[in-house]
Ligand binder design. Structure first.
Ligand SMILES: NC(=O)c1ccc[n+]([C@@H]2O[C@H](COP(=O)([O-])OP(=O)(O)OC[C@H]3O[C@@H](n4cnc5c(N)ncnc54)[C@H](O)[C@@H]3O)[C@@H](O)[C@H]2O)c1
Length: 425
């Protein structure tokens, strides 16, 4: 069992730390956010993530998990340190490496002799070298180990990954990092750092492409009178295609796809490749936000000004409280710009912090619908599926619903007098 330091206790770092402690390692997690460290040390967690609180408590109770302020205090006695800090987007679309560089600078004087520094953050090709240059520690091997977990099922994904990717020029460092995952059964790809970094961007770009593709097919379905759900069934049975991740929706978002697709376009441009396919994928996604807003506008007769729109769902997907780059926020912003009043409910959101200014936060699905002219479903929370259209119809001013996740029972809502619009059906 190894002594591990985790630098950054966000969605990725906290999951990584708690899961490594669960596997039996001694883990110290560091963050710069003092309040977060205090909360975590007391066994609370600042995010919504299935099973994570249980693993954090287990690690604390069994003495294998600790939380401290500052990277240096976590790493002074570690064998392996993981960088799990943010890599947000620069204004030009490239990835901002300043958090990675700052954390590496902090670690350089304290990392024990021949420790390994692993980059788990999503970083452009060449970043392993950037870290090596900042460290100036020839005895420390820098390894790339991109993370593929999905918010909402982060613990499950970490403990049962589809694959583990390790990029290193130093074979013994690669083997050491791989050995930390002992007990996890998954195919492994051990390669060089540039390839590992490219795999992560390629995976996210491909997934975003699937979503934009299915949204484009949904638009065609609407035009020709086909049902996208059945089209997906017919597509998915083809084993070369598969049905995973072919889900039409309000557009993709979240903390990764938007920044990672733009970063890959940028990386490609820097090496002389014009990644027009990915540009198209991003453009289709922007159009999808507009398409959903158009549906809402049409449902109230063509003019949104002064109309009340009930919104169900704010997070970028169900099972998380993460609002970063959520399609719901893009769509609400556009609704507000066109003069609508927005009453939004999400099971994990209780304040208007981070929402477009003017959004009012409702405390229940019914509360959001009070006096509304139209209801829009923007996140696929399971509890939305089972709401009773009869009771809602009494509270609403209008009888229109735009189901941008295709999760409601269309026939039932129509039977109770609702003008139902889904995506691609
Ligand atoms: N969120 C995901 O689903 C996901 C999945 C795979 C990969 N990634 C990648 O992982 C990285 C982290 O993403 P995240 O969503 O966990 O970010 P996050 O914003 O949730 O967490 C980052 C944490 O790092 C802390 N931090 C910043 N600088 C620090 C420093 N010098 N020392 C200690 N702590 C510091 C922040 O306070 C924050 O708590 C990003 O590169 C992201 O692209 C994210």
């Amino acid at each position: 069992m190894a002594r591990i330091a985790i630098i950054g206790t966000g969605y990725v770092g906290l999951t990584t730390g708690a899961c490594f402690a669960h596997l039996g390692h001694d883990v110290i997690c560091a963050d710069v956010d003092v309040e977060k460290v205090d909360l975590l040390s007391a066994g609370g967690i600042p995010i919504v993530e299935d099973r994570l609180e249980q693993l954090v408590r287990e690690g604390l109770d069994e003495g294998r998990l600790k939380f401290v302020v500052g990277a240096a205090s976590a790493a002074a006695d570690c064998e392996v340190a993981f960088l799990c800090v943010p890599t947000p987007q620069n204004p030009d679309g490239s990835a901002d490496l300043s958090y990675i560089q700052d954390a590496s600078r902090e670690l350089a004087p304290v990392l024990p002799f021949e420790a390994i520094l692993v980059n788990k953050s999503t970083v452009p090709v060449g970043s392993t070298r950037v870290v090596e240059r900042v460290l100036e520690r020839p005895d420390v091997s820098v390894v790339s180990n991109p993370e593929f977990l999905r918010e909402g099922s982060a613990v499950k994904d970490f403990l049962h990954p589809d694959r583990i990717v390790i990029g290193s020029e130093d074979q013994s460092a690669a083997i050491k990092v791989l050995s930390l995952y002992l007990g996890i059964s998954a195919p492994t790809v051990v390669t060089d750092p540039a390839t590992a970094e490219t795999i992560k961007y390629a995976a996210n770009a491909f997934l975003a492409t699937k979503l934009s593709f299915v949204n484009a097919i949904a638009a065609v379905c609407e035009g020709v009178g086909a049902d996208v759900n059945d089209v997906i069934l017919g597509l998915g049975y083809d084993s070369r295609i598969g049905s995973e991740f072919l889900r039409p929706g309000p557009g993709w978002g979240g903390s990764c796809f938007p920044k990672d697709t733009k970063a890959l376009v940028r990386i490609a441009a820097q090496v002389g490749y014009d990644f027009r396919l990915l540009d198209g994928v991003i453009a289709v996604n922007q159009e999808q936000f507009v398409r959903v807003v158009d549906k809402v506008r049409r449902s109230v007769g063509g003019d949104l000004s002064g109309r009340t729109v009930a919104v169900w769902g704010l997070t970028f997907k169900a099972g998380t409280d993460d609002l970063r780059d959520s399609p719901a926020l893009e769509i609400i912003g556009r609704l507000l710009e066109q003069g609508a009043l927005v009453q939004a409910f999400d099971p994990t959101v209780t304040s208007a912090d981070g929402l477009p200014s003017g959004t009012s936060v409702a405390l229940s699905t019914t509360d959001a619908c009070a006096g509304a002219d139209v209801l829009v479903v923007l996140t696929e929370w399971d509890e939305f599926r089972w709401q009773d259209p009869v009771a809602l119809a009494e509270d609403m001013n209008g009888r229109a619903v735009v189901d941008a996740r295709n999760i409601l029972d269309r026939a039932r809502w129509q039977r109770h007098g609702f003008d139902y619009q889904g995506i691609g059906r």
